[in-house]
Design a protein around this ligand. Structure first.
Ligand SMILES: [Fe+2]
Length: 319
C-alpha cells in the first residue's frame, strides 16, 4: 500500500533543496528518488515553483553574485565543514597560501563552511557528541578571516549544511525573523552570501559556481553540465575532479571542487561509518584570459599527515 504523502509543495521543494531527493523521499513518504524527481518536474510546470523560489530566497536572503572577469584568477575552496578545536587542514593552509600567491580577483567559499550536525534533520548516530553550533560558527569565522585579502571580493555560495543554521530556527521561531545574528551571514560580514556566482554572464563563456544542483552521486557534476550547458563548478560531493565537454559551441568545463576538510575527519566519521570515501582535499583555481575560462587547475593534498600538496607540478609542505 502506498505511504501517505506529507507536506505542501513549498515544504517539499524546500526539503529537496536542503537535503536532496533521497532524504526527501524518506521524510515525505515517497517510494524513492525517482518519485521525488517526478513531482519536482510536475511542479516546475506550475506557478507554485516560482512562488517557492521567491520564498526560499526571502528566507535565505541572497541569490546570485555576478562577476565580470576579463583577465584574472579566482580561488575556490569548498565544503570546509570547519570544526571546533581542529588545527587547520592542509587544504585550508594551501588555500590561504594560494590566495596570497596568486593575487586573485575573487575568493569563493563554495558552501558548507560549517557542518551543523546539532541542527540537522538527521537523527543522532548513537551517542555521538555534536559540537555546539556557536563553537562551529566561531571556528569558521576564524578560518574564513585567514582567507580574506584587502580589496579582494569574498563570496560565499550557500551550502546545504550552512542552510541548517537558519532553517532550524525559521521552522520553530518565525517571530525572530530579521533579528541580527539569526542569519549565518551575520557572522561572516566580509563575505557576500549568495546561492551562486555567475562569471561573465554576458559572454558565450558563462561560468556558474554553486554548491550543488540537487544532484548527488558519482555522476553529479556530469549531469550538472548536461543541465546547465555552461562551465559548472560545484562542491557537495567532496570528490575533486575536472571534466571537459566539447560540442559544436566549444569546450566546457565541469569541476567538482572537492573538500577543504580532511576526508576522514571527525565531521564525517560517524556519517560515513568510517567507510572508504572517494573524496579528496583540494583547492580549485580558475584562470580567465580575455573573458575565457582556461582549463581549470586543482591543488590536491598528497599527504595530510605530512601536509604535502601538489599544484602545477610542484610539491609543497604547507604550514
Ligand atoms: Fe559538504
Amino acid at each position: 500500500m502506498p505511504r501517505a504523502k506529507k507536506g505542501n509543495d513549498e515544504e517539499f521543494l524546500a526539503s529537496v533543496a536542503a537535503v536532496g531527493a533521497a532524504e526527501t523521499a524518506r521524510l515525505f513518504g515517497y517510494s524513492g528518488r525517482q518519485a521525488v524527481s517526478n513531482r519536482v518536474r510536475a511542479l516546475a510546470q506550475a506557478p507554485v515553483l516560482a512562488a517557492a523560489r521567491r520564498a526560499q530566497e526571502t528566507v535565505i536572503d541572497h541569490t546570485r553574485v555576478y562577476l565580470e572577469i576579463e583577465n584574472g584568477v579566482v580561488v575556490v575552496g569548498s565544503d570546509m565543514h570547519y570544526w571546533p578545536d581542529l588545527p587547520p587542514s592542509t587544504a585550508h593552509s594551501a588555500m590561504v597560501r594560494l590566495v596570497h600567491e596568486l593575487n586573485p580577483v575573487a575568493v569563493i567559499a563554495n558552501g558548507d563552511v560549517i557542518d551543523a550536525p546539532s541542527v540537522s534533520k538527521h537523527p543522532s548516530i548513537g551517542w555521538e557528541k555534536r559540537p555546539l553550533l556557536w563553537d562551529e560558527v566561531q571556528a569558521a569565522r576564524a578560518r574564513l578571516t585567514e582567507l580574506e585579502m584587502p580589496g579582494v571580493p569574498l563570496i560565499w555560495n550557500l551550502g546545504n549544511h550552512d542552510a541548517r543554521f537558519e532553517t532550524y530556527l525559521a521552522n520553530v521561531a518565525d517571530q525572530y525573523r530579521g533579528v541580527i545574528g539569526i542569519h549565518l551571514k551575520d557572522h561572516f560580514p566580509a563575505w557576500r552570501a549568495a546561492w551562486a556566482t555567475w562569471i561573465n554572464r554576458e559572454s558565450q563563456d558563462l561560468t556558474v559556481i554553486k554548491h550543488r544542483l540537487g544532484r548527488t552521486g558519482a555522476t553529479a557534476v556530469t549531469r550538472a553540465f548536461a543541465a546547465t550547458g555552461t562551465h559548472i563548478i560545484t562542491g557537495h560531493t567532496h570528490s575533486a575532479n575536472v571534466w571537459a565537454f566539447s560540442n559544436y559551441r566549444g569546450t566546457f568545463w565541469a569541476v567538482d571542487t572537492g573538500t577543504i576538510a580532511v576526508p576522514y575527519g571527525p565531521q564525517f566519521v560517524n556519517y560515513t561509518e568510517d567507510n572508504p570515501v572517494n573524496w579528496r582535499s583540494s583547492v580549485t583555481v580558475l584562470t580567465y584570459h580575455d573573458y575565457q575560462l582556461l582549463p581549470p587547475e586543482q591543488l590536491i593534498v598528497l599527504n595530510e599527515a605530512k601536509r604535502l600538496t601538489a599544484f602545477r607540478g610542484q610539491v609543497t609542505k604547507e604550514k
